[in-house]
Design a protein around this ligand. Structure first.
Ligand code: NAP
Length: 246
């Protein structure tokens, strides 16, 4: 129960990687705010599971790309659980198309949720972390930020943007007890990858040196490590969780 007494906010925690991260942080003792955009029932189920572990949890609905909604959501969390010590910016989406066919609205939406959302939520919680001189910010990027992927110029740009954002913020807050790191997953079994055609899936899997997809729990373990005291001298780093995929 190393994180007992800490409060974590995991954005996009109703499903997939975010859900696994929320449960892993709760297993370490942190009270967890489970953010979601639409999946109310799934988010409440995650909260129920966390409470069975004997720690506090709260489902909080807000779109990470909406500044007012973010402010209200953070207020709700602080009232119910206390100030946020650990922030995992995980909420993300894809709107794939080759550049020639990529619509401006799909560029804007992916950048708004994946990149601007991280900026907005981080900006809302970081003053408290700096004041208390302790904080952990973990941003979920992707292997495609480094490898590129046809059909994902918008998504790869957003995920590469998170790396520059994290490295810069890590420098800004390094002396104040707040670490900022990135976890870059490869091909992980979630709803996001279930949407791929069997052909695209097989093609991707054939490139993974370990010969299999990763699980959300395998990503969650990396996040929980970076959130822990054991990672106290790690900041501005990128932890790749990808089975050797590049
Ligand atoms: P997922 O199964 O599609 O789940 C996405 C989560 O994000 C859901 O909880 C969803 O909430 C939430 N979300 C989406 N838009 C949101 C918004 N505007 N505001 C708040 N929450 C929002 O995705 P995943 O595969 O677990 O991916 C999680 C993160 O890992 C993403 O950032 C993704 O880019 C990254 N990643 C995934 C993989 C992979 O192979 N799966 C690989 C690399 C990186 P609702 O349920 O309410 O819609």
């Amino acid at each position: 129960m190393e994180l007992k007494g800490k409060v974590a906010l995991v954005t996009g925690a109703s499903r997939g990687i975010g859900r696994a991260v929320a449960l892993e942080l709760a297993r370490a003792g942190a009270a967890v705010a489970v953010n979601y955009a639409a999946s109310e029932a799934a988010a409440q189920e995650v909260v129920r599971e966390i409470k069975t572990l004997g720690v506090e949890a709260l489902a909080v609905k807000f779109d990470v790309a909406e500044v007012e909604a973010v402010a209200q959501g953070i207020e709700e969390i602080e009232k119910a659980l206390g100030p946020v010590d650990i922030l995992v910016n995980n909420a993300g989406l894809t709107r794939d198309a080759l550049l020639m066919r990529l619509k401006e609205e799909d560029w804007d939406r992916v950048l708004s949720v994946n990149l601007k959302g991280t900026f907005l939520v981080t900006k809302a919680v970081i003053p408290g972390m700096l004041k208390r001189r302790w904080g952990r910010i973990i941003n979920i990027s992707s292997v495609v930020a480094f490898s590129g992927n046809p059909g994902q110029t918008n998504y790869a740009a957003s995920k590469a943007g998170l790396v520059g954002f994290s490295r810069s913020l890590a420098l800004e807050v390094a002396r104040r007890g707040v670490t900022v790191n990135v976890v870059a997953p490869g091909f992980i079994e979630t709803d996001m990858t279930a949407a791929l055609s069997e052909k695209a899936r097989d093609a991707l899997l054939s490139q993974v040196p370990m010969g299999r997809a990763g699980t959300p729990e395998e990503v969650a373990h990396a996040v929980a490590f970076l959130a822990s005291e054991k990672a106290s001298y790690i900041t501005g780093a990128v932890l790749h969780v990808n089975g050797g995929l590049w």
